[in-house]
Every structure is written in C-alpha cells, then in structure tokens.
Design a protein around this ligand. Structure first.
Ligand code: HEC
Length: 259
C-alpha cells in the first residue's frame, strides 16, 4: 500500500513537472541576453542615428527577403522616427517601382514609388517567397519585435548569434545553426557579415552594430508612436499627482473646520 502511494506520488510529480516546464522540451533554445536599449523603460526614446542606420540595414540587406507591410515611405519623415527630410524620403521612394492604374486606356502601368506608397514587398505573394527560400517564408517584419517572446533582445540574438553547428548535429541543406532558434535550426542564412553596409556616419559596420541598429529600427516600425505614448503618459502622471496633492490639501482644510 505504502509502495503504491509512493509510486502514485512519483508519477504525478513527473506529470506535474512536464506540465510546468513544457517549453523546455520543445524550446531547447538558448535564452537571449538582456540588452540595454535606449527605448526601454518609461522615459526611453529612440536614438535617431540608430534608426537611420537601422533603416539602411533593412533596406540594403533584409528587404530583399522580408516585407515591412505596415510602413509607407512617408512614415520615415514623421516625428518620433528616423526623421528623414521630405526630400530624402522622396528620393528613397523613387528607388522603387510600383504598379498603378488603370490609365485612360484601361492598362496598368509602372511608376516610381511616391512617399505615400507602402514599402514595396520583396515577393508578389507568399508562395513566391517560399519558392525563393527553400520552402521557408521570411515573415513580415512589421511587428516582429512584438510577435516574438524576448522582443528586441531575441531578434538581436538571432541576427548576431549564428555559430558553427555543434559536432554531430545533422544540418540539412538550406538550414543553418542558430542556438537562439528553437530546435537550433533556421532557414535564414546569416544575413549580416562585417561591412556588408557602409554607414554614412562612419560607424564601423560590425555584425553586432548592424544587428543592434536594425533591431532598433524594427522596434520603431512595430511602435512608431512610442515616444508620443510615453510623453502623454508622463503628462497624465504629473497632472494626476498635482490633482491628488490639491485634493489632499483641500480635504485637510475641510476637515479642519469640523473640529
Ligand atoms: C536571403 C533571404 C533573407 C534575408 C536577406 C534575411 N532573411 Fe530573415 N528570414 C529568412 C527566412 C527564409 C526566414 C524564415 C526562417 C525559418 O522559418 O526557419 C527568416 C526569418 C527571420 C526572422 C524570424 C526568426 C524567427 O523567430 O522565426 C527574423 C527576426 C528575421 N528573419 C530577421 C531578418 C533581418 C533583420 C534581416 C536583415 C538584417 C533578415 N532577416 C534578412 C530569409 C532572409
């Protein structure tokens, strides 16, 4: 009898443990390190220069495979973002072709993109994206920092964390070892190599620097109004504390008269 209860206890402990830690079995991934981002915390803001460099990395490297469907070129000049000038945004948009129409004859035509156009997608549809990437679809990056647990730290770790596959691990063609990806295998070849971009501001383009910059840019893309939100939050807090102090003082006055 005693033996039986012990056994029952032991097996329920195993069941409990598997319930509590299911992530461990599935996600043998390395935990991303916590980074210091200027945008963290209640007073955090974006770093304009990092946003501009990050846009350059996105445009020159990531955009050939990943869309950024929530963005239009004109967003790049809005306050709280990289704040490119309107002329700069015009020039950036004009590098791309978009389909427009129909014209007076009913034909569609191509024209240079304008600031009001959305970012041009790398592929016409998901199947084309998969076909070009050995069956894996490069996800849209508009909300990637919010969509993945670990946020900016995780995306940084993926980009800067490629390693040689450990001995004995079999890597199918088209898969690459990355300890931060659950399962350790990712269908994206390491996109950043030292000096793959040349920064206009002279910042050395190391893999870590480019990863941090593009993640900074993607954080802004996921929450372009963050600075405004924090500013309003701060004003509300100041207003509420002044209001509370006034209430406290007047309550004391009112009650003082009662004695
Ligand atoms: C050659 C095409 C290609 C380029 C260039 C590329 N990626 Fe990817 N990326 C992929 C593919 C394919 C996947 C899907 C991988 C998978 O599901 O295993 C992916 C996945 C990702 C993911 C999701 C990882 C996850 O958790 O599922 C992120 C984040 C990402 N890429 C960011 C970037 C950034 C940032 C850049 C530019 C620095 C970039 N990629 C450049 C093809 C590319």
């Amino acid at each position: 009898m005693k033996n039986f209860t012990l056994k029952a206890l032991a097996s329920s402990a195993v069941v409990l443990a598997s319930l509590v830690m299911p992530a461990h079995a599935a996600g043998d991934a390395k935990h991303p390190e916590a980074m210091e981002w200027s945008f963290s915390g209640p007073f955090g803001t974006y770093d304009r220069n990092a946003l501009r460099r990050g846009f350059q990395v996105y445009k020159e490297v990531c955009a050939s495979c990943h869309g950024l469907s929530h963005m239009a070129y004109r967003n790049l000049s809005q306050p709280g973002g990289p704040e490119f000038s309107e002329a700069e945004v015009k020039a950036i948009a004009a590098e791309y072709l978009v389909e427009d129409g129909p014209d007076d004859y009913g034909d569609m035509f191509e024209r240079a993109a304008l600031p009001r156009d959305g970012f041009v997608e790398p592929y016409p549809n998901e199947n084309a994206g998969r076909a070009a990437n050995g069956g894996a679809y490069p996800p849209d990056l508009s909300l990637i920092n919010k969509a993945r647990g670990g946020g900016a730290d995780y995306v940084y770790a993926i980009l800067a964390g490629y390693e040689e596959a450990p001995e004995g691990m079999e890597m199918r063609a088209g898969l690459y070892y990355n300890p931060y990806m659950s399962g350790g295998k990712i269908a994206m070849p390491a996109p950043l190599l030292e000096d793959i971009v040349e920064y206009g501001d002279g910042t050395p383009a190391t893999v870590e620097q480019m990863s941090a910059d593009v993640v900074h840019f993607l954080e802004w893309a996921a929450e372009p109004k963050m600075e405004e939100r924090k500013r309003i939050g701060l004003m509300v807090m100041i207003y509420l504390s002044i209001f509370a102090a006034l209430m406290y003082i007047s309550m004391r006055k009112i009650w003082a008269d009662q004695h």
